[in-house]
Design a protein around this ligand. Structure first.
Ligand code: DOR
Ligand code: ZN
Length: 333
């Protein structure tokens, strides 16, 4: 099965030694172009950091086309956005404070960014939303309903800035799918490979499947599968591949993130076959996303073979998704 190289509209490539391992593994997983998340330490918030980060990524010589993003914070201005856009920044990523890895510099009050959103709407810079509100016991909010409770905020921003293209990232619930479907053509959603497979039972007590947002109920996974199988053009691949060292995942307080990059195309083929819609794979991974972003079609292709493989136990100290399991598909090397 020949496919265009994958467009991954949400990936964590990290820094330093981790980056030098992860970027080639991402290329091996079939990705030709990706939107790189800015939640490094410190986060990407200045032009100097954009340039330095791009140089670090490109030094890996993989040929991947890196689309960069900035971390939403008070330092971002319309002038900075304009300069960043000229250097390949396509989006601003919003992390509500405290909801996930490196979100401590994140947003506590989204309403304070209306001026910036107006500038983004005008420039055509996308707003990427980690769509969870922080847990708050007194409001009955926890990680199981944090995404659903965020949806009114998405609706509010869309009503106020109908021309602002927004992506609700890594959707996990029936409610989020329905909300994005009901909103206008400027609102899309990314879906990960792992959220098409996992439910609560798979991460409770299993640190390597723990990520944010957490996988939800079986009926939620069904809603994700259904919208993908229907070929809805505003739902596309954003893997949220998020490597952490094995020790950080297996500690008493395991951190959030599932690592799918090294075998991304193979995981997806396996899952789409399970879902009975292999014919939807190419549009989900290589068409709908770039159309939503307003980018050209991908160049380059990859071949998936119907050949079983066992997922390795680790890649340079990072345990991948479904380690030790057998996938029905392999990427031709
Ligand atoms: O599981 C996650 N890991 N979710 C995120 O939003 C961030 C990511 C990371 O950076 O590790
Ligand atoms: Zn992410």
């Amino acid at each position: 099965m020949r496919l265009p190289l994958l467009d991954d509209f949400h990936v964590h490539l990290r820094q330093g030694e981790m980056l030098r391992n992860v970027v080639p593994q991402t290329a091996a997983g079939g990705v030709g172009r990706c939107v790189v998340m800015p939640n490094t330490d410190p986060p990407v918030t200045t032009m100097e950091q954009v340039r330095a980060y791009r140089a670090e990524l490109e030094a890996c010589n993989t040929g991947i086309d890196f689309l960069l993003s900035l971390y939403l914070c008070p330092a971002l201005t319309p002038a900075l956005l304009r300069a960043a856009q000229a250097e390949g920044v396509v989006a601003v990523k919003c992390y509500p404070q405290g909801v996930t890895t490196n979100s401590k510099w994140g947003v506590s009050d989204l309403a304070q960014y209306d001026n910036l959103f107006a500038a983004m709407e005008e420039l055509g810079v996308l707003l990427l939303l980690h769509g969870e509100v922080p847990s708050r016991a007194e409001a009955d909010i926890c990680i199981l309903n944090a995404e659903e409770r965020f949806l009114p905020e998405l609706e509010r921003i869309h009503q106020k800035f109908p021309g602002l293209r927004m992506v609700l990232e890594h959707v996990t619930t029936r409610e989020a799918v329905a909300c994005v479907q009901a909103l206008g053509n400027t609102v899309g959603a990314s879906i990960t490979a792992h959220h098409l497979e996992l439910t609560v039972d798979d991460w409770a007590g299993h640190n390597h499947n723990f990520c944010k947002p957490v996988a939800k109920y079986p009926h939620d996974r069904e809603a994700l599968r259904a919208v993908v199988a229907a070929g809805h053009p505003r739902f596309f691949l954003g893997s949220d591949s998020a490597p952490h060292p094995r020790s950080a995942k297996e500690g008493a307080c395991g951190c959030a993130g599932v690592y799918t990059a090294p075998l991304l195309a193979a995981y997806l083929a396996d899952t789409f076959e399970t879902m009975g819609c292999l014919e939807r794979l190419a549009s989900f991974c290589c068409e709908f996303g770039h159309r939503f972003y307003g980018l050209p079609a991908p160049t380059g292709s990859l071949v998936l073979e119907k050949r079983e493989q066992v997922v390795p136990g680790a890649y340079a100290g990072v345990v991948p998704f479904r380690a030790g399991e057998t996938l029905r598909w392999s990427i031709r090397g």
